[in-house]
Design a protein around this ligand. Structure first.
Ligand SMILES: Nc1nc2c(c(=O)[nH]1)N[C@H]1C(S)=C(S)[C@@H](COP(=O)(O)OP(=O)(O)OC[C@H]3O[C@@H](n4cnc5c(=O)[nH]c(N)nc54)[C@H](O)[C@@H]3O)O[C@H]1N2
Ligand SMILES: Nc1nc2c(c(=O)[nH]1)N[C@H]1C(S)=C(S)[C@@H](COP(=O)(O)OP(=O)(O)OC[C@H]3O[C@@H](n4cnc5c(=O)[nH]c(N)nc54)[C@H](O)[C@@H]3O)O[C@H]1N2
Ligand code: SF4
Ligand SMILES: [Mo]
Length: 906
């Protein structure tokens, strides 16, 4: 057994992990008490890592044109196809689409190969969908893409403003740090600005449930208020900034009348005033912002509207006082450092200055340095659509799911001459469109560095061998580079060599002119690299131990050395509702899933909180549309449609619905949220407007709904040949459209659950089972009291093979006990009695506490019997006592039960 430290592969908090391995497996993980990001804590995703790291479902071999092959053939074929396209159409016909989840070393070699050696700057990354507006906003204001503050500032602040961030679910350990700080100093104020009442609001003294897209107006109003109230830091403004006067004038033009601002933002005037006053009165303020700001067609302006207020009050670079962008992916920041965006070249140098281009070309000894910006993501996929880009290499991202307008993306990739995908999993929506597939090693196997939201570089360490023939992303890129004739420049044998080169480039001819400088790490030996302790950049000779805060000296990286105010005129979202598409569509994340579910969707524990695609809608809208709780609903617009379970929630604003971004064709029939989003982008950053779409909704009336539990394929000894595998590939490929108009897959411990519905009635269930499950039921009982309800089971000898429960409402009780039956080689009399018990048809609700597996219904019952605090619930049921991610929901259930017995947040 070995213990090693590493870094969590999920969110940008970048928590340190202590991992225990043995027998080629990851046995256990715990938070690393020595890591400054988390001090020993882990959220539910981090603590579930052992459940997602098994070799099952991994991509094990390269594939060319659908056929498995060996590495040499795959790499040779790729190189020769790329060469041919390059010769015929030039470097501009090749592109790479990368990911903020790659390690810095992977990113560095990919960028170097394309921009220095192939000569194409069409290298973009999913960070375009994520952090691009912040990058652009930082560069406009500071002259560099640099997060000024650090996590400790959250604890030192007297006011925290969270804008467009659901940190309780998406940056849980940082949220817990904020929670602890507020508990220690209850006078600390928290403001949450979000059109939804989210779990994060649990911490809020004030929740501004603003009209979506109106944040710029709100922060313009704040700037005016600060000026009028005499709260500007005149010395800081005159010594260290430029552009204040016209920025303030622009803000005054639209935001001088606060009643108008309040009504345009959909807020009550006293609430607005409260926020403005708190901000004005509190020097130690940290403003945290995330995708509610970035993913907008005016995201860059919104970022600058926030930064303007911090510059105007000199609240930057001081303890407890800064704007702090919450980075999404574990290495979105590292990708920005190497220059992995199409408008960057390398190491915080862009194409705007020919000196940069020549410097990087000299450093790399690059034969074909790119000289101008490449296509950002959306134009890049448009160029694929036009046939101008003929080959694209997608690494570590699932664009068919995550890019707006999925149907258009699908067509573009399907028509593209050469689609290469490096991927860790065997089945993803994007892989289905690949000509060439490279199996990549993944977290726990990969070795390198990542940078978190506070500029802290940490090591992800290789703990286990990669399964099958999977190789590291940097290796695959270098092996291809070699075949393209660039062997000498890509002859790395270890990620430490790549890291040293990257660190050297960051300091090359820098002399303080570029913020990103880690030249202090350029001489690390392999051993020192292996031992590297988390450190915040810049790391230089003057600051060998790193730098917690930037800009404390009032020096910025603009030509004048002064920070820039940017005049902002608030703009409405481009996707506007209309009579035909009357509801505004908001999209985002849930607590227990990571993006396109390729990893978190494998852990049964993480599928129990929210197991199906859903749509949250306000009670008023639901009533008008005659939508019932739990009913299926179809969302549609000209781009596409989406089918999901209705959840009626007064946490929504009327007229606005919310859907999760996570579900894919691997998990449901029609639940790709991006099939509803148009490709509208911010003109400066190119970031898509993923948070504001428009749709109409129709209730879907099903003739029946069912839950089908199926034994996992590897448990089958005889009987139907890989029943579940065949069934699910039929579902994914649409071959079963005639019998399931809706389906969602929920992996369980010992079986797989399929939730099904259809608008066609079934007259003979015996026959249905025979046709679709390959076997007539050995046990079939009609459920009394429910019209059309039944329960049927099929066996393989003594073993339970499948269990079908039909219930017109689609409400089922927890299936944990039934799931266990699938682990048994034979059933006892008690087990058979359990099978004979029809489902009560009372939903047990989501599993609120994933660690201790506690259901909403049990929590409500406990509250009704007198448990009225999180501590008491913890004592009685255990919920909330482990990772703590569910505490906001526990509190909201207590409040809901005590006040009106109403649904809560989850
Ligand atoms: N559990 C989990 N955690 C994650 C991830 C995950 O997939 N799952 N992904 C990681 C990644 S890559 C990222 S980028 C981060 C994202 O972290 P967040 O930005 O917190 O995530 P989202 O849920 O996308 O959006 C945040 C909020 O923006 C709100 N919003 C929508 N429109 C507006 C608006 O006009 N104004 C304002 N003020 N708010 C608005 C939404 O209602 C939502 O609650 O999470 C990271 N952490
Ligand atoms: N509507 C809407 N759309 C959104 C968002 C939203 O809020 N709303 N959020 C956007 C944001 S912020 C983000 S960050 C994106 C995320 O969207 P994606 O990047 O598309 O999502 P992931 O599921 O993280 O994709 C990572 C892929 O890499 C694979 N993988 C895992 N490890 C490795 C590895 O080591 N090497 C390789 N080569 N592959 C690996 C995974 O199996 C998975 O298929 O979605 C964006 N899209
Ligand atoms: S907060 Fe983020 S980095 Fe930390 S354990 Fe959770 S997912 Fe991992
Ligand atoms: Mo992201």
């Amino acid at each position: 057994m070995t213990h090693q430290t590493t870094t969590c592969p999920y969110c940008g908090v970048g928590c340190g992990i202590r991992a225990r391995t043995g027998g080629g497996q990851l046995l256990a993980v715990a938070g690393d008490p020595g890591h400054p990001a988390n001090h020993g804590r882990l959220c539910i995703k981090g603590s579930s890592l052992p459940e997602t790291c098994n070799p099952e479902g991994r991509l094990l071999q390269p594939r060319v044109d659908g056929q498995s092959t060996d590495w040499n053939t795959a790499l040779d074929t790729t190189a020769s196809r790329l060469q041919r396209i390059l010769q015929q159409h030039g470097p501009g016909s090749l592109a790479m689409y990368l990911s903020g989840q790659l390690l810095t070393e992977d990113y560095y070699v990919a960028n170097k190969l394309m921009k220095g050696f192939i000569g194409s700057s069409h290298v973009d990354t999913n960070s375009r969908l994520c952090m691009a507006s912040t990058v652009a906003g930082h560069k406009r204001a500071f002259g560099a893409d640099a997060v000024p503050g650090c996590y400790e500032d959250l604890e030192l602040a007297d006011l925290l403003v969270l804008v467009g961030s659901n940190a309780a679910w998406n940056h849980p350990i940082l949220y817990q740090r904020m929670q602890a700080a507020k508990q220690a100093r209850p006078e600390m104020k928290v403001v949450v600005i979000d059109p939804r009442r989210t779990a994060t609001c649990d911490l809020a003294d004030l929740h501004l449930q603003l009209r979506p897209g109106t944040d710029a107006l709100l922060f313009n109003a704040l700037l005016v208020h600060l000026a009028e109230g005499g709260k500007l830091d005149h010395a800081f403004i005159s010594d260290h900034t430029e552009g204040m006067t016209h920025t303030l004038l622009a803000a005054m033009e639209e935001a001088a009348d606060l009643s108008k601002v309040a009504s345009r933002c959909g807020l009550k005037l006293p609430q607005l005033l409260q926020f403005l006053d708190w901000f004005a009165e509190t020097p130690r303020t940290v403003t945290l912002f995330s995708q509610g700001i970035n993913q907008s067609s005016s995201g860059t302006d919104k970022v600058n509207a926030i930064l303007n207020c911090h510059l105007a009050t000199g609240r930057i670079g001081k303890p407890g006082s800064c704007p702090l962008s919450l980075t999404g992916q574990p290495n979105a920041m590292g990708g920005r450092e190497v220059g992995g965006l199409a408008n960057q070249l390398a190491a915080h140098m862009d194409f705007s200055d020919p000196v940069n281009i020549s410097r990087v070309a000299r450093f790399w000894q690059a034969p074909a340095i790119a000289k101008q910006e490449g296509y950002k993501t959306i134009p890049l996929f448009e160029a694929i659509e036009r046939g101008e880009i003929k080959a694209v290499w997608i690494i570590g991202t699932n664009p068919l799911v995550s890019l707006p307008d999925s149907n258009r993306i699908r067509k573009a990739l399907a028509d593209c001459e050469l689609v290469i995908v490096s991927e860790a999993m065997q089945h993803t929506d994007t892989l289905a469109l690949a000509d060439i597939v490279f199996p990549a090693s993944s977290w726990s196997e990969k070795n390198g560095t990542v940078t978190n939201s506070e500029r802290r570089i940490s090591r992800q360490r290789g703990l286990l061998p990669a399964p099958g023939e999977a190789r590291h992303d940097w290796e695959i890129i270098c092996q291809l580079a070699m075949r393209l004739g660039h062997g000498a420049a890509f002859a790395y044998r270890h990620p430490a060599e790549i890291f040293r080169e990257h660190a050297t480039l960051s300091g090359f001819e820098n002399n303080g002119s570029r913020c990103f400088d880690i030249s202090g790490l350029s001489q690390l030996s392999d051993e020192a690299y292996d031992q590297l302790q988390p450190v915040q950049w810049p790391v230089t000779q003057q600051h060998p131990l790193g730098t917690a805060r930037l800009f404390a000296d009032g020096q910025f990286f603009t030509a004048s050395g002064k920070a820039r105010f940017v005049a902002v005129h608030a703009r409405e979202p481009e996707q506007q509702t209309s009579a035909d598409w009357p509801l505004l569509l908001n999209t985002g994340r849930i607590r227990d899933q990571w993006h396109t579910m390729t990893r978190t969707g494998r852990a049964p524990r993480l599928m129990q909180h929210l197991s199906e695609p859903f749509v949250d809608i306000h009670p008023q809208d639901a009533e008008q549309l005659q939508l019932k709780e739990g009913q299926l609903a179809r969302l549609s617009n000209p781009e596409g449609s989406y089918l999901a379970r209705t959840r009626i929630r007064d946490s929504q604003r009327p007229g606005e619905v919310f859907v999760p971004m996570h579900w894919t064709a691997q998990f449901t029939g029609m639940g790709l949220c991006n099939s509803l989003i148009q490709q509208r982008v911010d003109p400066v950053s190119g970031q898509p407007e993923s948070k504001q779409g428009r749709v109409s909704i129709q209730p879907v009336n099903s003739q029946w709904q069912a839950r089908l539990l199926l034994r996992l394929p590897h448990q089958s000894t005889q009987g139907p040949d890989d029943l579940i595998g065949v069934l699910i590939s039929d579902l994914i490929d649409g071959r079963t459209a005639d019998w399931a108009s809706y389906w969602a897959k929920v992996p369980m411990e010992h079986c797989t659950a399929l939730l099904l519905a259809n608008d066609q009635p079934v007259h003979d269930w015996n026959d249905w089972c025979r046709r679709h499950l390959g076997q007539a039921p050995q046990l079939l009982l009609q459920t009394p009291g429910q019209s059309g309800g039944l329960q049927a089971a099929g066996f393989d000898g003594e073993q339970l093979n499948w269990l079908l429960q039909v219930n017109p409402e689609g409400q089922f009780t927890d299936s944990t006990r039934l799931d266990r039956l699938f682990a048994k080689s034979g059933l006892s009399a008690a087990d058979r009695r359990l099978l004979m018990q029809p489902d009560s048809g009372h939903a047990s609700g989501p599993r609120i506490c994933s660690c201790l597996q506690v259901h909403e219904q049990d929590i409500r019952t406990a509250i009704r019997s007198g448990c009225d605090s999180v501590e008491q619930l913890g004592q009685q049921l255990g919920c909330g006592t482990k990772c703590g991610s569910c505490i906001p929901e526990l509190k909201s259930l207590i409040e809901a039960e005590v006040s009106h017995g109403f649904p809560a947040l989850a």
